[in-house]
Ligand binder design. Sequence first.
Ligand SMILES: NC(=O)c1ccc[n+]([C@@H]2O[C@H](COP(=O)([O-])OP(=O)(O)OC[C@H]3O[C@@H](n4cnc5c(N)ncnc54)[C@H](O)[C@@H]3O)[C@@H](O)[C@H]2O)c1
Length: 295
Amino acid sequence: MKKIAVIGAGTMGNGIAHTFAQNNFCVNLIDICEESLKKGLNTISKNLDRMIAKEKISLQEKNTILSNISTFTDLKNGVNDCELVVEAATENIELKLNIFSKLDTFCNQDTILASNTSSISITQIAKSTKRPDKVIGMHFMNPVPIMKLVEVIRGKDTSDTVTDQIMNLSKSISKIPVEVNDAPGFVANRILMPMINEAILTLEENISSVDGIDTVMILGMSHPMGPLFLADFIGLDVCLSILEVMYDGFNDKKYKPASLLVKMVKNNELGVKSGNGFYDYTDGIKNKKVSKRFL
Ligand SMILES: NC(=O)c1ccc[n+]([C@@H]2O[C@H](COP(=O)([O-])OP(=O)(O)OC[C@H]3O[C@@H](n4cnc5c(N)ncnc54)[C@H](O)[C@@H]3O)[C@@H](O)[C@H]2O)c1
């Protein structure tokens, strides 16, 4: 495989495009929003500058990586002749079903269609196409250029051949793939999201402050970052969507999203990407908030 398309230039999409481009793939980065494409390319450029500063790549390599990426707002043009499409658009089931049914008509018969969804059923996404054997989950972790894991999710109809191809492809871009079966939240988020939700409930019940809760988990459990900062980093809208899928999928109240999370998403407090979440990021770095809502 040498030519791939990535749909969505947000937090995950730009990281996925960066990673493939750095491994000499021609990447078509597609977003409905021109501004998101600009922002995505800018993030890639800044992340490459950081790699130059750490002497991991040269300026010439940065320019080659950037030249491997082309941007599109039109889906049909963007996926033309691509052997793989990795969809990383907003976590919304109707939106993803719509994208995959279009991909099925626009892409070559052999093209593999992967989704980076955090929680939505791959089997259900595959049903919106006439090639369910070639639909698979490729769940990268954030930040993509740094995190090694890819959860490779087999839908009910995903073929062995396609699974093997995606496992091998993941290894070829220096990732470590783990094969999992389709279930709400798969493995990563099924375990992570209840912890994040519980941290938000702990805050909502005023048991400790944002900093207090995060510090307990960093120092007490050796987590590299606290659950509330991690939620900001993932995006509170993404966390809410994942919990909703798990709540519906398992029909179990233990996955019910905390009302504080619902309220913050309604207020557009989405974490790092909106500049405001459990912490404040308006000046580009993580700052503690002083608010009556928190201890
Ligand atoms: N944020 C995380 O830490 C994380 C981790 C793993 C997986 N994911 C998953 O990755 C996917 C993307 O999440 P994100 O955090 O990057 O979201 P995001 O909100 O940062 O970016 C989503 C992008 O999709 C674009 N988009 C929306 N509709 C589109 C369409 N029809 N065609 C093309 N582009 C469209 C938006 O303009 C936006 O730029 C979601 O499925 C999410 O669950 C997120």
